[in-house]
Structure formats: structure tokens, C-alpha cells
Design a protein around this ligand. Structure first.
Ligand code: ZN
Ligand code: ZN
Length: 404
């Protein structure tokens, strides 16, 4: 509904601005005022840009086919580039006329028609400024508020033209080409900016901020150990993205694929207008693996503690960080099981706890189905053991690493 409201504002704005542009253009032509003609072009460029974008968007929404498998999203940039170029060229033309008139100032004709049109334009432009600022605040759209600010600038340039026309009426012919020259310079700069934007789009540009955001989202997905070769590109209104993710080489293919799907979903959720994401999976060997082992003991040497018979009701978990390159224990610590007294949802609570502690796998004697599934869904590896002490279990685990 908000978007509908925003759309309505833009339609009203386009119609009124087009009206203003046509009025200024006609009177600019019959009065011979370069200032008015330049301002007409300015108004025209204000309205043609959005119109080109609108029709470009329509075309961009066309379904891809075998001839254009990536769709028609570039159409927007192409349409916009054509319009930007016309604006730029016309701006230069009026700048030339202004310079000629500056060298040889001549009066303009039909002053009152010109003044009338400028006053009408002033009222309309100020109304557009007020309307866009109001709706922009209502729907919380920065773009709309920015549009409003633009209308305010248009309002001031229109005042300058009005002064130029009045000046000409009182015999100050020189004011008019000066105002015309300044406005045509503004139009030229606007045109150049638009051309730059369009070319960026056509050249597969992507701003670093978006790329950084995509990378961070990717890294936040559980099971993603790293990410590289991120390539994002804007194509018209859409964003395409390729990324390589690094996942543990020991994960089953199904799990690795699921992680890649989660990456896609999470990026789509958080980045606007993303249309296509290709995820390539690279297997990596993790250097450090954190393993949790359940125990009921707390006093003495951790390595001599017995392994608790049942995983989820154990009093404590021993966390050990193993360096898989050197195949040694990096560090070892013990933490209380936060779920040991729970009657329900123990598996979920423990899984959250283990995830927060960065655990990759657990070594167990016996485990309930709920906990087993919760751990498995989060890619925490479950290793069964017959050993009795922490020391034996870790030694067994390291010997498995060696044989890998
Ligand atoms: Zn403008
Ligand atoms: Zn790669």
C-alpha cells in the first residue's frame, strides 16, 4: 500500500512536470528566451529520466527466454542511457545559444506570457516539493524525500528565470543569457551524471557496500567456514551474484548442498532486488575442530574424567580444541550443561549452547533421538565411542584423524 502511494506521487509528479516542461518550452520558443528554454529542458530531463526508467522496468520484467537467458534487465540501463545522452547534447546546444546571446544581448518577446508561465511553474514546483516531502516522510522513503529536495532546487531555478525575464523587460538583457548559461550547465552536469550511472550499470558495476553485505550474510550461515570470489553485478534494477563458499570436506554432499541453499535464501531475504545467486562449494579441511564430550565429574584432572553414559543429561561438557594439522590438543575446558534439568526441548537447548561455543562435533556413548536430530540439522558431527575416559576418547578421535 505504501508503495502504491509512492507510485501515485511519482505519476502525479511526472504529469505535472511534463506539463511545466511543455509550457516553458513553448513560451521559451516564442519569446526567444534561452533561460526559459534551458529551464524547459531541465524540467524535461527531470521527467524523461523516470519515464525511461519506467518503460525500461516494464521491459526488464519480461521473462527470460532461450535467446536472452539472462532476461531483459539491461533494457532499463539502455533506455536510460539514450535519454541521458539526449539531455546532455541538448544542454550543450542551449549553452552555445546562451554564449551567443551573451555576446550579443537581445530582448525577449511576450514578457507577460513568459512571466505567467513562470509563476504557474513556481506554484506547481513548490506544490511538488511539499507533496513529495510529506508523502516521503509518511512512507519513510529517503528516495522520495530526495525527490522533494530536487523539486525545491527546481523551484529556485525557476525563480532565477523569472528574474531574468523581468530583467529583460526592464532592459537588462544580459541577465537572461547568464541565467540560461548557468541552467544549461546544470543540465549538462545532470546529463553527465546520468550517463555515468548508466554506463556503470552496463559495465556490471557493484558497489562495495553491497558486496561486503553479501559476504557477511554468507559467512553468518551455519556451516560456511569461509567465502571467496564474490562477484556481484547490477543489471538494470536487478542484482546478480556469484560466490564460492568453503564447507567442511567431511560433510555429506546433501548437507553441503543444503548449506548452499541456505546461503541463497539468506541473501535473498536481506538484499533487495537480488535476482540470481550462483553458489559454488569448495571443500576445505578445517584446521581446528572443537569437540564436546559429556561428563558428570568436575574434580581432578579433566583427562581422567569418565564419559557420561547419556549425552543430554550429563552435568558438564568438556570442550577440547584439536589442531588437525599437528594432531594435538590445543586447549581444553569444562562447562556446565545448561539443559541438564530441562524436561522438554533439551536437544534444542544443548544444540544452541554448543553452536554458541563453536562446537563442530560431539563424542557420545548414547544419545536421544531429539538431540541427535537437532545436532545433525546444524551440521554438528556425532561420533559414538565405547571408551570410558575423556583421554581415551580424544586419543581415539585423533587416531581417526590420522587415518583420514
Ligand atoms: Zn530538476
Ligand atoms: Zn573457490
Amino acid at each position: 500500500m505504501n508503495i502504491e502511494k509512492g507510485k501515485n506521487v511519482m505519476v502525479v509528479s511526472a504529469i505535472l512536470t511534463l506539463l511545466v516542461a511543455v509550457l516553458k518550452g513553448i513560451v521559451g520558443y516564442i519569446s526567444g528566451s534561452v533561460a526559459l528554454t534551458a529551464d524547459a529542458l531541465h524540467s524535461l530531463s527531470d521527467v524523461l529520466g523516470p519515464i525511461a526508467v519506467y518503460f525500461g522496468l516494464k521491459l526488464a520484467q519480461k521473462e527470460p527466454n532461450t535467446k536472452f537467458p539472462y532476461g531483459y534487465s539491461r533494457a532499463e540501463s539502455l533506455a536510460s542511457l539514450a535519454v541521458s545522452f539526449i539531455i546532455f547534447i541538448t544542454g550543450i546546444e542551449i549553452l552555445k545559444q546562451s554564449i551567443e546571446k551573451f555576446d550579443n544581448p537581445t530582448p525577449i518577446h511576450h514578457h507577460f506570457a513568459a512571466i505567467f508561465v513562470m509563476v504557474v511553474s513556481l506554484v506547481i514546483t513548490y506544490y511538488l516539493y511539499w507533496y513529495k516531502a510529506k508523502v516521503g516522510k509518511e512512507i519513510g522513503s529517503d528516495a522520495m524525500i530526495g525527490e522533494g529536495a530536487h523539486s525545491l532546487v527546481d523551484f529556485y531555478t525557476t525563480i532565477a528565470v523569472l528574474f531574468a525575464v523581468i530583467g529583460s523587460y526592464f532592459g537588462y538583457y544580459i541577465v537572461e543569457p547568464i541565467v540560461g548559461g548557468i541552467i544549461s550547465l546544470i543540465v549538462i552536469i545532470l546529463g553527465l551524471k546520468m550517463i555515468k550511472k548508466d554506463i556503470y550499470m552496463l559495465m556490471d558495476y557493484c558497489d562495495e557496500e553491497t558486496a561486503e553485505k553479501i559476504k557477511n550474510i554468507t559467512l553468518s550461515v551455519r556451516g560456511v567456514e569461509g567465502a571467496h570470489h564474490l562477484k556481484a553485478r547490477k543489471s538494470g534494477p536487478y542484482l546478480f551474484c556469484d560466490i564460492h563458499i568453503e564447507v567442511d570436506e567431511n560433510l555429506p554432499f546433501k548437507s553441503a548442498h543444503k548449506i548452499s541453499e541456505e546461503v541463497v535464501d539468506k541473501i535473498k531475504e536481506n538484499i533487495k532486488n537480488i535476482s540470481d545467486i550462483t553458489v559454488h562449494i569448495d571443500p576445505v579441511k578445517k584446521r581446528y575442530i572443537k569437540v564436546a564430550i559429556p561428563t558428570d565429574e568436575i574434580n581432578g584432572n579433566i583427562m581422567d574424567f569418565g564419559i557420561a553414559p547419556w549425552f543430554s543429561v550429563a552435568k558438564y561438557f568438556v570442550f577440547t580444541n584439536i589442531d588437525t594439522y599437528k594432531q594435538i590438543i590445543n586447549n581444553i575446558e569444562i562447562k556446565e550443561n545448561p539443559a541438564k534439568n530441562l524436561n522438554k526441548k533439551r536437544g534444542i537447548k544443548i544444540t544452541d549452547f554448543l553452536i554458541n561455543n563453536g562446537v563442530d562435533g560431539v563424542i557420545v556413548k548414547a544419545i536421544g533421538a531429539g538431540t541427535y536430530n537437532a545436532l545433525g540439522n546444524n551440521y554438528i558431527k556425532i561420533i559414538k565411542t565405547d571408551k570410558n575416559t575423556i583421554k581415551e576418547a580424544i586419543e581415539e578421535f585423533i587416531s581417526i584423524l590420522k587415518s583420514d
